[in-house]
Design a protein around this ligand. Structure first.
Ligand SMILES: NC(=O)c1ccc[n+]([C@@H]2O[C@H](COP(=O)([O-])OP(=O)(O)OC[C@H]3O[C@@H](n4cnc5c(N)ncnc54)[C@H](O)[C@@H]3O)[C@@H](O)[C@H]2O)c1
Length: 255
């Protein structure tokens, strides 16, 4: 593995599972010191332990906790080079606009969008002091495409993450801070496996739209995050970075 992130310090939210966990492994393999943040103490600590990093238990919707976690990273490792703001939820009660209540709407906005606002707000000043940094915010392909199988607050939250990342990328470009939105297609995480194992027709309905004919593996998304985190992407900022197996480019897909 190349050591593109040698000596870099990275914070990953939602590091206990799925894309966050795969990215913690990838960052560590490329030489970074990784601060693993998660609400779940067990999985978060396990991830940190595995990659030889620091675990910080935090709820990313809590402003004081977010401020403190970036400070902890800097206190422990002396700098902050990478913020992968990735924690997110997609609960079953977030569905059609006609049935989704205000509680579900607000919860998803808080965890998926407000958290990214908070993480950027408290990561950027550390990066300004260094004159360098890379922020990757996890949006989704649903930020650029509509679905008839709606998760209304989720899609709106990811649209917000995309627009906010673009704006921050532009605002801080000349201070050496890059901000990009990662837009994964559907990823083979435990949540998705459970959902589609129970309902193969539901999986088939989605797979038909993906030119590559399968869901992504978390490691494939982690590879894209490592690229955005590293200097290999030094001329990229304010970008909509789709890693979606071709979904957003497709009309008729191969049989
Ligand atoms: N899996 C997909 O198909 C897919 C596709 C596009 C985008 N995404 C996005 O990628 C990100 C990661 O998704 P994943 O599939 O790896 O999910 P996951 O459920 O496997 O992992 C999410 C992690 O975030 C943590 N978390 C949840 N709420 C938190 C909070 N308030 N504070 C701190 N940690 C919290 C969870 O404990 C969990 O460890 C999310 O933002 C998701 O919306 C996922």
């Amino acid at each position: 593995m190349t050591q593109r992130l040698d000596g870099r310090v990275a914070v990953i939210t939602g590091a206990g599972s799925g894309i966050g966990l795969a990215t913690a492994r990838r960052f560590a393999a490329e030489g970074a010191k990784v601060v693993c943040v998660d609400l779940d103490a067990e999985t978060g600590a396990k991830a940190a332990n595995e990659v030889g990093g620091l675990f910080v238990q935090a709820d990313v919707t809590d402003e004081a906790a977010v401020r403190d976690l970036f400070q902890r990273a800097v206190d422990e490792y002396g700098r902050l080079d990478i913020a992968f703001n990735n924690a997110g939820i997609s609960p079953p009660d977030d569905d059609s606009i006609l049935t989704t209540g205000l509680d579900a709407w607000k919860r998803v906005q808080e965890v998926n969008l407000t958290s990214v606002y908070l993480c950027c707000k408290y990561a950027i000043p550390h990066m300004q002091r260094q004159g360098k940094g890379s922020i990757i915010n996890t949006a989704s392909f649903v930020a650029v495409m509509g679905a008839a199988t709606s998760q209304i607050s989720y899609s709106a939250s990811k649209g917000g993450v995309l627009a906010m990342s673009r704006e921050l990328g532009v605002q801080f470009a000349r201070e050496g801070i890059r901000v990009n939105a990662l837009c994964p297609g559907p990823v083979n995480t435990p949540l998705l496996q459970e959902l589609f194992a129970k309902d193969p027709e539901r999986a088939a309905r989605r797979l038909v739209h993906i030119p590559l004919g399968r869901f992504a593996e978390p490691e494939e998304i982690a590879a894209a995050v490592a690229f955005l985190a590293s200097d290999d992407s030094s001329f990229m900022t304010a970008n909509t970075f789709l890693v979606d197996g071709g979904i957003s480019g497709a009309y008729v897909t191969p049989q």
